[in-house]
Structures are given as C-alpha cells and as structure tokens.
Design a protein around this ligand. Structure first.
Ligand code: SF4
Ligand code: SF4
Length: 287
C-alpha cells in the first residue's frame, strides 16, 4: 500500500506527519519524494547502501580552446544564460536551460552539451525499514522524473524485503514533482493548516487529487491556531465528500522531537499528539 503525504503549501508540518507515519510500523519503506528539499534523511540517518546518478538534462559548456570570442552566441540565449565577463564569454550553469541553440549557432564548434549529473538517488536502511530519497541539485530540472525513480526504487525494496507499506513524503505545491508523487498511489493525505493560504492551497491540491480520482484524506495541523479557518476547511471538505481524518493541535513536542532527530511517535509515544496521529493513520489503513 502506498500512502502519499502532500500539502498545498510548505510549512504545514507535512514532513513531521510523514515521519510519524513511518515510525508507526517496523515494516515500511519511507520514500522522500520532496526532491528539491529532501530532509527526512537528516532525521532518520539511514545507511547508504546504494547511490544512483540522476541525469536531469543537459547544460551548455564552452570549450575555451576553440572559442574565438566572436560573440555570435551572445544574443542567442532567451534564458539570458550567456554573458560577457571580463571580455570573455561565459555560460551560467544555473540559467542554462539546455535548449542546445547556442551549440548549433557557434561557428567554431566551441559549445558542447554535457549531462547534468549532480543529482542523486540514495537508498538504504533506517530504524523502521528501508528508506529511499532523491536530491535534486540546485538549478537542475526534471524533478518529476527523479520522483519516479525514487518511487520505483521504493516499490522494488518493498517487494524484495516484504515490506507492506510505502510512506511517501511528497513535495509542497501541485507542480510536476507533486503530480509524480501521487500518480497511482492508494491514498493521498493532504496536510493543511488554518491560514488563508493553507485553505487556498489545500483547495488546489484537492482539485488535483479529485481530477486524478485518488482516495484523499485531509489532516488539519495546528487546528487550534485559528478555529474559524479550521471550520471553513472542514466545511469545504464536507461539501466535497472528503473526510478530515485528523485535527492536530499545535504542540511544542513536535518541534522538540525534530530537534532531537526523532519523530513525535518516538519522542513522546504516549502524548496526545502521538495518539491522534496513530488514530488518523489507522483510519487510512482501514479505509
Ligand atoms: S543551451 Fe540554450 S539555454 Fe543553454 S546557454 Fe545555450 S542557448 Fe542558452
Ligand atoms: S559563438 Fe562560439 S566562438 Fe563565438 S563567442 Fe560564442 S562560444 Fe565563442
């Protein structure tokens, strides 16, 4: 069973809840698909048994042995990646989109395209099972493909080690990597918070999961910070037949757990927060 935890926006506490779900069982694969900002490995410190290069695309690079500084390539880049620096043509690694135009324009064959290969997928063991995560290098693209790579690896590990549940920590937002995270999963949990942007972005996330016809549940985190907005979130979900399976209060314990590199289930297993999370998780497993 694959359970994806996503949020319309960042900062809702999605990763804390994913971490809590991942430590409710000894038989899980935890897949961190928030590839732009994967951080659950910091919390769980998994062993690194496997590392795979992810080629995210290509970048233009100048061969200065061939470049004659003719300037023909300067105005060709619509991403403003080519500029002059101290009289020398330079290409910005961050701005280059890999369209190859400049390499075709250069009359001296001085621009070559090279693979972007700094992104990685790592797989290993953590204290509650297996863990896999992707790290997209800054400025690299195709995050959705890296998410697919992480998910494929998670499924392989689940099969090999007879682990019944895959918990996926997804990225915030509804972009390419979020779509890749939820496609074909058994359950999607949308974590939101009672703020205007939390409500707004939850609606967008729910539109996506509804369009994909995915079993979707909502958790309102820190619900007690604004009870009016929590009511609005609940009403919205009720009108659309989406169950709110958990309302968690703001609890300093969650922060303390993170500071101590533990999930709240590990840090304070008998706390009210831990019991609420467990209840929500059991509801998902039963439905
Ligand atoms: S490959 Fe395309 S995006 Fe990159 S520098 Fe050349 S023209 Fe610009
Ligand atoms: S077109 Fe080629 S030779 Fe001319 S400045 Fe650009 S890289 Fe150098």
């Amino acid at each position: 069973m694959e359970i994806a935890v996503i949020s319309g926006k960042g900062g809702t506490g999605k990763s804390s809840i994913s971490a809590a779900f991942a430590t409710l069982s000894e038989k899980v694969v935890l897949a961190d698909c928030d590839v732009d900002a994967a951080n659950l490995y910091i919390l769980f410190n998994p062993t690194h048994e496997e590392e795979q290069v992810f080629v995210s695309g290509q970048k233009a690079v100048i061969d200065y042995n061939k470049c004659r500084n003719c300037g023909s390539c300067l105005d060709s880049c619509r991403f403003d990646a080519i500029s002059l620096s101290d009289g020398e043509i330079v290409i910005s690694e961050i701005l280059c989109d890999g369209c190859k135009l400049c390499s075709r324009i250069c009359p001296f064959d001085a621009i070559k395209m090279v693979n972007e290969d700094k992104s990685r997928m790592y797989a290993g063991t953590f204290r509650n099972g297996k863990m896999v995560y992707g790290r997209l290098s800054p400025g690299e693209e195709n995050s959705g493909k890296l998410v697919n790579m992480v998910r494929d690896k998670a499924k392989t590990m689940a099969k090999e080690h007879q682990l019944e549940t895959i918990i996926i920590d997804g990225p915030p937002g509804i972009g390419c990597s979020a779509i890749s995270t939820i496609t074909g999963v058994d359950h999607v949990v949308v974590v939101t918070e009672p703020t205007v942007s939390g409500l707004h972005d939850m609606k967008r996330a729910l539109e996506v999961t509804t369009n994909f016809k995915l079993k979707t549940w909502v958790i309102v985190n820190k619900f007690d910070l604004n009870r009016d907005l929590t009511d609005r979130i609940e009403n919205y979900c009720q009108q659309r037949g989406i169950a709110v399976i958990g309302k968690f209060p703001f609890d300093r314990l969650v922060v303390d757990a993170m500071v101590n590199c533990k999930s709240v289930m590990e840090w304070a297993p008998d706390s009210e927060m831990a019991l609420l999370i467990k209840k929500a998780y059991n509801k998902i497993k039963m439905l």
